[in-house]
Design a protein around this ligand. Structure first.
Ligand code: ADP
Ligand code: MG
Length: 323
């Protein structure tokens, strides 16, 4: 299988969601954004031994590579539209490519995303995806938009993906049922696209939790030049994790473990009813975890009002907490 037949077989499907004039096959793709939208653009690179392991299921790698890019669109409130896919492969292995493409296309179909181009080379396994989304002009959810007095909310549950990673590394024991739930969270993240779009009408700032709550909420605080008071006991923890004996590991997963791809957002306190309506419409729990404060510290409060301290703040490729 040469480079061109590989692209033809696995990655050439006609665009159906964007008004594409030209998809895969020419020197560049052409697509025409809807008039009067803002374009959201994001890129993510996944490297073997850094973001995934060579022995991981190829379907999961394809699934997650696209899902995490879509999550960035969700965090801006954008509708994901088009992607390019750059692949470095050690060899053209039909089994691996078939699995990868199946995972990739599953997510692309689910979220209405068109693959419009890319590049394919030989090399250590790496997947780089660039993505474009659209949103109504001037309406995006930016990190810098939090205001003092805002409520802080988080979607879904935290800690599952990081606990799944710890389980797969043999560092955390759990029963089969909980393990498969956590591994599912790690391998098949569900980007909160409908939530992001629903928040456009009233929310202020938003971010997707890819590196851990402390780290990602910290990005909102820095960009918005404000602080936060978060009640530890209010955090929605992945079901079952609170009954595990190793609570220090669970706490680390909830606060600093990444990969959950939930949305953390801020909204004025008068919008609580709208947040609840959205939660009901989307069948997705949305939990109030604290509020935006003057100052610039993220203060985590224990059940009797005491301040809790945590060392690790989140994953950082070049930081002290990195590899
Ligand atoms: P060029 O040499 O002009 O860069 P390529 O031979 O790299 O073109 O690619 C041929 C066509 O296939 C282009 O339209 C490119 O966007 C597309 N393509 C290459 N690799 C991929 C891929 N992994 N997924 C989707 N499209 C791809
Ligand atoms: Mg090329």
């Amino acid at each position: 299988m040469d480079e061109f037949s590989l692209i033809q077989q696995y990655f050439n499907r006609s665009p159906r969601h964007v008004s594409a004039i030209l998809g895969v096959g020419d020197d560049a793709a052409l697509w025409r954004p809807t008039p009067d939208v803002d374009l959201a653009v994001a890129a993510d690179m996944l490297l073997v031994d850094r973001h995934f392991f060579a022995h991981d299921d190829a379907f999961d790698i394809g699934f997650k590579a696209l899902a995490v890019n879509i999550s960035d669109m969700a965090a801006m409130g954008a509708r994901p539209c088009a992607v390019t896919l750059c692949l470095a492969l050690p060899q053209a292995d039909a089994d691996w490519l078939g699995g990868f493409a199946a995972g990739f296309w599953t997510v692309a179909e689910r979220y209405g995303v068109d693959l419009i181009g890319g590049d394919t080379t030989r090399g250590s396994l790496a997947v780089a995806i660039q993505m474009w989304g659209e949103l109504p002009r001037g309406s995006s959810l930016q990190r810098s938009a939090a205001r003092v007095g805002d409520d802080i909310w988080i979607s879904g549950q935290l800690g599952g993906a990081a606990a799944g990673l710890q389980y797969s590394l043999g560092r955390l024991q759990m029963d089969q049922e909980m393990a498969s739930r956590c591994l599912q969270r790690l391998r098949r993240p569900e980007p909160r696209v409908a939530l992001g779009q629903g928040l456009l009408e009233f929310a202020h700032a938003a971010i997707d939790v890819s590196d851990g709550l402390l780290s990602d909420l910290g990005h909102i605080l820095r960009a918005s030049q404000c602080g936060a008071l978060v009640e530890y006991a209010s955090l929605p923890v992945e079901s079952g994790l609170l009954s595990l004996p190793k609570q220090a590991a669970v706490q680390a997963a909830v606060l600093s473990g990444g990969d959950d791809y939930e949305l953390c957002f801020t909204a004025p306190a008068r919008c609580r009813g709208r947040v609840q309506e959205l939660a009901e419409r989307l069948l997705l729990p949305l939990t109030l975890i604290g509020s935006i404060t003057p100052g610039k510290d993220l203060i985590m409060q224990g059940e009797s009002g005491e301040q809790l301290h945590f060392e690790r703040t989140g994953y950082n490729h070049f930081g002290a907490a990195g590899p």
